[in-house]
Design a protein around this ligand. Structure first.
Ligand code: SF4
Length: 103
């Protein structure tokens, strides 16, 4: 018998959200190259997160959920971000797991 492993209890990789600190964004667009479904450059030259239905979220500190299939792309964006301004955190307790404030 084959056992399916969907890891329903793996909360470390579930329910993550991401936000960008535009004050530090250099506008190079690296994040948009990595994860164009999550990040977008606006006409002001800064990157913003997008909602699930592709709407740019421009309020300071606005977050969007990280789709699990895009997690690695979002994490790579945070690692490569020259402004160190991409923050990935758990939804349930707002603890940063990737980004400049992660342990
Ligand atoms: S990678 Fe960082 S600095 Fe570059 S556009 Fe994206 S958020 Fe801004």
């Amino acid at each position: 018998m084959t056992v399916q492993q969907d890891s329903p209890g793996d909360s470390d990789t579930q329910d993550l959200e991401v936000w960008i600190d535009q004050d530090l964004c250099t506008g190079d667009g690296i994040c948009v190259q990595y994860a164009p479904d999550v990040f977008e450059l606006d006409i002001d030259g800064l990157a913003y997160v997008k909602s699930g239905d592709d709407e740019l979220l421009q309020e300071p500190g606005a977050t969007t959920p990280v789709p699990l299939p895009l997690l690695q792309d979002v994490v790579d964006s945070a690692k490569e971000c020259p402004g160190d301004c991409i923050h990935v955190r758990r939804v349930k307790d707002s603890v940063e797991v990737y980004g400049p404030d992660a342990d």
